[in-house]
Ligand binder design. Sequence first.
Ligand SMILES: [Zn+2]
Length: 76
Amino acid sequence: MLVASINCQVCANGLVVFTMGAVSGVFLECEECLTGYRSPADLEPFRVEDLDEALRPATGNEVAARGWSRFVLDAR
Ligand SMILES: [Zn+2]
């Protein structure tokens, strides 16, 4: 899991990780409250459980391809 350096705007205490959606592409997801964010620059929240697509942890290359490597805080 690639942990992002942004804070969840909803629960304020969850880990926000980069997730890859089959349709959505790379987005951010709070592991605690399942709030999603489309990009580090657009923290308008949506509900991850509303998505109807396959999800998996994003890879470093996928995050880099979006130009978001500087938002990676940690890899676990
Ligand atoms: Zn949260």
